[in-house]
Design a protein around this ligand. Structure first.
Ligand code: NAP
Length: 359
């Protein structure tokens, strides 16, 4: 039996803990506020033969209507520590901190590196897992180390950026979901130089001249851009998990096939992604496959601000969302020959990608 201080709760509803506000309950759930308790919690899961999942801010997860078997751990670890040295600072943030609080604090300290990642919902612990990115900056650009509780070794260890094996919206953690629990992340930020402005859309708002825009101005511009696209979670707005699909990275041959399907090669937006590849905005594929912004199918739909975000208007079920996502994926595939990869993770389904097949 687990120590009573661990406060493991049974049949805990998960919908209120997710940004979609959909899905059933966790068989068991525990909030862990000290790294020292993780070992005991994990031991309890092993002894009681329960699988383990980790829930951060719930902003990138789809929960099955039937709920989730096993134990859900919510890391409630807190703390933001800013250690200035030279012309920068190492910022160490605990996994349970709200991501945007960390961005706000570093920006108000005049530190650069996280400003383009303003307004992204969720917790610090989730950022390295999917290598969260926005406006041309990815978590991996600024990560110094990631501290994890290694479930195999039974203790805390630090991973270098190379060990995290970051990729486009993915990492070692996504490929080994059962191996570790992120406890803290360290970021190397700059106090001098210029804020990072890589995307034209942002440049048009803040400029890139001399003197360079203040880092706070860049943060506010990113927040305003995201708000305009419904990419900031706001009270009263339809519920969503931000981007529902990852922008596909394709080779020249696939791009040519998409151009042919579109009937106009200049109509297909693309951005270089490495020497031989191109990134096509998934939102463009979705809209051109017939799903306009604001499309609605019962309680779910496509955001009226951005075709990449699927939304829940309330009173729906996860299955409604899956049905819509499956139709979008199928129509994009039929029209353009591209199989979109979902960005959220799926809990409580037979497959890790329930859009592919069973539904
Ligand atoms: P957008 O300007 O409508 O562009 C659509 C897509 O084209 C973006 O997703 C972006 O890819 C890509 N893109 C645009 N300009 C680019 C450039 N100069 N170089 C390379 N790729 C470019 O973008 P949006 O959909 O409104 O999103 C704005 C930014 O917020 C994007 O970076 C997006 O990724 C980010 N965002 C992230 C999340 C998340 O992490 N969950 C959620 C919402 C939005 P990238 O996505 O690779 O940047």
């Amino acid at each position: 039996m687990a120590h009573p201080d661990l406060n493991i709760r049974f049949h805990e509803p998960l919908a209120p803990r997710t940004s979609f506000e959909l899905g059933g309950s966790a068989e068991a759930l525990v909030e862990v506020s000290a790294v020292a308790d993780l070992g005991e919690v994990l031991e309890w899961a092993v002894d009681s033969n329960r699988s383990v999942r980790v829930l951060g801010g719930g902003t990138n997860v789809v929960i099955a209507d039937e709920g989730v078997a096993g134990l859900v751990i919510v890391p409630a670890l807190r703390g933001i520590d800013i250690d200035r040295s030279g012309d920068g600072a190492v910022v160490v943030a605990a996994a349970g901190e709200t991501w945007d609080d960390v961005v706000a604090e570093t920006v108000s300290e005049g530190l650069m590196g996280l400003e383009c990642l303003s307004g992204i919902p969720g917790t610090v612990g989730a950022t390295p897992i999917q290598n969260v990115g926005a406006y041309g900056v990815e978590t991996s650009d600024v990560v110094e180390w990631v501290e994890v509780f290694d479930r195999e070794a039974g203790g805390v260890t630090r991973l270098s950026p190379a060990e995290c094996s970051f990729g486009y919206r993915t990492s070692w953690f996504r490929r080994h979901p059962d191996r570790s629990i992120v406890t803290r992340v360290a970021f190397m930020l700059r106090a001098t130089g210029r804020p990072v402005i890589r995307y034209t859309e942002l440049e048009q708002v803040v400029g890139v001249g001399d003197p360079p825009p203040d880092v706070m101005v860049v943060r506010e511009a990113v927040m305003a851009l995201r708000q305009g696209k419904g990419m900031v979670l706001e009270t009263g707005a339809p519920r969503s998990a931000g981007s529902f699909f990852v922008n596909p990275i394709v080779d020249a041959q696939t791009l040519a096939a998409v151009e042919a399907a579109a009937g106009d090669e200049n109509a297909v937006p693309r951005y270089p992604a490495g020497e031989f590849y191109f990134k096509i905005p998934a939102a463009w594929l979705i809209e051109h496959a017939g799903f306009d912004r604001g499309f609605r199918q019962g309680a779910v739909g496509v955001s009226e601000h951005h075709a990449l975000a699927l939304v829940h208007h309330g009173g729906g079920r996860t299955q409604d969302l899956l049905n819509l996502a499956v139709s979008i994926r199928e129509r994009v595939e039929q029209r353009f020959g591209i199989g979109l990869r979902p960005e959220p993770i799926f809990w409580g389904f037979a497959s890790s990608d329930p859009l592919n097949g069973a539904g």
